[in-house]
Design a protein around this ligand. Structure first.
Ligand code: UDP
Length: 364
């Protein structure tokens, strides 16, 4: 007899949502994770009174009322709004592209002047085939060179001509002074950190950390009637259809004995010659007034199976490979797949929770 109704592989946001909801319905659940901590890439580590976003900046934002109400059961959210700046050749620019950015570039002071100038620099293209063609058709070459080309090439290690435009369509381009990075209704950082929020989600649920599913697959599988797998789908199927490709990241974090390093949580370095893409100053996510600070330089990194997969590379070749795994996944009995790694999708946190809600409707 199986000891658990469900084995959830992965204690990130997807796994935690599934585990919390199933437990609430009365199922007996075991959650395992290969890492020594819960929370997946949302994990925050408290250091000297500052919550460090260990796996990169995580800013919660959503327009989904159900998702917002859901996360608010486990944390209070502060009023953080993401307003990153861009650093390029020793100048700071307002970002995402908005009227202040265009004023800084071109001295235009009204939406009408900005629109006129943009119309003269855009490179019209009725059918843009890639990221570069799309952005040139929206804002022209100067803006592309300053804000997009270097950053995107570093981030993806590919020419923007070889990338799909959806990657960048998530960034707003506005002719107002609104510099909010997101268009969503709700935004903030959980007070106390993401780790504490996910701990609350998993309260009273059996959790085994440092437990690698693949090292004890047979035994773990036999312990539950059903499984929800949130890890890499290609690994689950022993890479039988080739490996899926990812981009990885490397973080260098240091403590500084000064109260403020850069005056903002996120500054993007868009210059191709600067090896990192952003500097994160964690205390600004929480409006702290400590006399010390922690900063993290974020470097894009080539992915290998030993590194953490951050971003799926959703080009045609990988999409075709993923579809083969998806076909196999649909044939699995009593195993359900979900989350960024199992669905090979560039999910934000709210998308992840929404996807978990959708899977819950299908679970027996
Ligand atoms: N991007 C850019 N310049 C920037 C910020 C973003 O060219 O200063 C592009 C880049 O290609 C990136 C994409 O926009 O991969 C999406 O950016 P976002 O900030 O949403 O990426 P994430 O936070 O998910 O890494």
């Amino acid at each position: 007899m199986a000891k658990y109704d469900y084995l959830i592989i992965g204690a990130g946001l997807f796994g935690a949502t599934i585990a919390q909801q199933l437990t609430k319905k009365g199922f007996k659940v075991l959650v395992i994770d290969q890492r020594p901590h819960l929370g997946g890439n949302c994990y925050t580590e408290a250091k000297d009174g500052i919550n460090i976003h260990k796996y990169g900046a995580h800013i919660f934002h959503t327009s989904n009322d159900q998702v917002w109400q859901y996360v608010n059961q486990f944390a209070r959210f502060n009023h953080y709004v993401n307003r990153p700046k861009v650093h390029y050749q020793n100048k700071i620019y307002s970002f995402p592209i908005n009227l202040m950015t265009l004023y800084q570039l071109w001295n235009v002071t009204t939406p009408e002047q900005a629109q006129k100038k943009l119309d003269t620099v855009k490179i019209p293209n009725p059918n843009p085939q890639n990221l570069e063609e799309w952005i040139l058709s929206q804002v022209g070459r100067e803006i592309y060179e300053i804000f997009i080309k270097g950053y995107t090439t570093k981030q993806w290690d590919r020419d923007p001509k070889e990338l799909p435009s959806f990657i960048i369509k998530r960034l707003p381009i506005r002719l107002t002074f609104d510099d909010n990075y997101f268009n969503d209704c709700y935004q903030g950082i959980p007070i106390g950190g993401y780790t504490s929020m996910i701990q609350k989600m998993l309260e009273g649920i059996e959790l085994k950390l440092n437990t690698d599913f693949f090292s004890d697959r047979k035994n773990l599988t036999s312990q539950a009637k059903h499984m929800v797998f949130t890890g890499k789908i290609d690994k689950y199927f022993n890479y039988c259809h080739q490996e899926l490709e990812y981009r990885s990241l490397r973080f260098e974090t240091e403590k500084l004995s000064i109260p403020d390093f850069q005056g903002n949580a996120v500054i993007n370095y868009t210059d191709a010659a600067v090896p990192y893409t952003r500097i994160i100053e964690h205390k600004h996510f929480e409006f702290l007034t400590t006399d010390h600070t922690y900063v993290t330089h974020e470097y894009p990194d080539t992915w290998t199976t030993k590194k953490i997969p951050y971003y799926p590379v959703n080009n045609d070749a990988n999409t075709q490979i993923y579809q083969k795994y998806q076909t196999l996944a649909q044939k699995e009995k009593n195993v359900f797949f979900g989350g960024r790694l199992a669905e090979y999708k560039y999910y934000d946190m709210d998308d992840t929770i929404e996807a978990a809600f959708n899977l819950l409707k299908r679970l027996p």
